[in-house]
Write a protein that binds this ligand. Structure first.
Ligand code: PTJ
Length: 245
């Protein structure tokens, strides 16, 4: 649907159309539409803007990615659809590899995602060659299948938009995990080393800019404290909005 620019919910509805197009093009899982709805609801709660806490997390994530030896960006159907250009820009800015990794496992969808990322400018996309597959231990979901030259060998992994058990499994392998998740209470948000509580549509652009600017790679970021601030920001936003109602 063509959303009229004058619609008060234009931005949110346009992002929704993007994810629907991704589903129609075979990039997004049916379940990805539900995950997006959950994200929309949390975005409403955070006020649909990048908070101070998210900006601090973006700064810490940029520092971590820039100082990594072997950073990898893990891409699922929703992420590939929402910000393909930014994934490519981030990979260039941080010398990171890009790997397709799906929860709702589907080789055909993987190939379509690879093709769409290459169309967005990616030179190499890992995760689609069965000869390179390795399994992560302590994990039963299909996310355990990773590329030997990508996530398997990475020291820092960006795993946006997933609420599950992979973060802990990656950390047990000694990796640092960064995530984007609008829900500060999700399992991944709670377990990651750095959680950016922001819509990936906004946050990815800011992360790319932060990685392009030379700066100190030292930050005193604490994820537990940041998540607690993110929850406070939601509470304050609700209090403000509630009192105006
Ligand atoms: O393509 P696949 O098969 O790998 O599947 C991808 C999904 C997203 C369907 C899969 O990873 C999944 O089921 O994820 P969950 O468990 O629903 O978790 C997604 C998390 O991302 C939830 O906590 C949402 O609140 C959050 N989220 C959704 N949209 C956004 C978001 N966070 C930031 N920006 C968004 N746009």
């Amino acid at each position: 649907m063509n959303i009229p620019k004058s619609h008060p919910r234009f931005v949110s509805l346009s992002i929704r159309e993007k994810i629907v197009r991704g589903y129609n093009d075979g990039l997004v899982a049916k379940e990805g539409l539900l995950a997006h709805g959950r994200g929309e609801a949390f975005d409403y709660l955070v006020g649909e803007k990048t908070s101070k806490t998210a900006k601090a997390a973006i700064k810490a994530a940029a520092a971590k990615l820039l100082s990594a030896q072997n950073p990898v960006i893990s891409v699922n159907g929703n992420v590939a659809t929402l910000c393909p250009k930014e994934i490519v820009q981030l990979a260039k800015a941080t010398q990171a590899k890009i790997e397709v990794n799906l929860f709702y496992y589907d080789e055909v969808r993987k190939k379509k995602i690879e093709k769409s990322l290459k169309k967005a400018g990616a030179k190499q996309v890992l995760g689609t060659n069965p000869r390179s597959y390795r399994k992560i231990g302590n994990l039963d979901s299909p996310r355990r299948i990773v590329d030997k030259d990508g996530i398997f060998a990475a020291d820092v992994v960006l795993v946006p938009l997933e609420d599950g058990d992979r973060t802990e499994a990656l950390q047990k392998m000694g990796k640092t995990v960064i995530t984007f998740d609008l829900n500060p209470l999700s399992r991944t948000a709670q377990k990651a080393d750095i959680t950016i509580v922001d819509n990936i549509i906004r946050g990815m652009k800011l992360l790319v800019s932060a990685c392009k600017k030379p700066k100190s790679t030292k930050t005193n970021f604490n994820n537990k404290r940041a998540l607690s601030s993110a929850v406070s920001e939601i509470k304050n936003n609700l209090r403000r909005r509630g009192s105006l109602a």
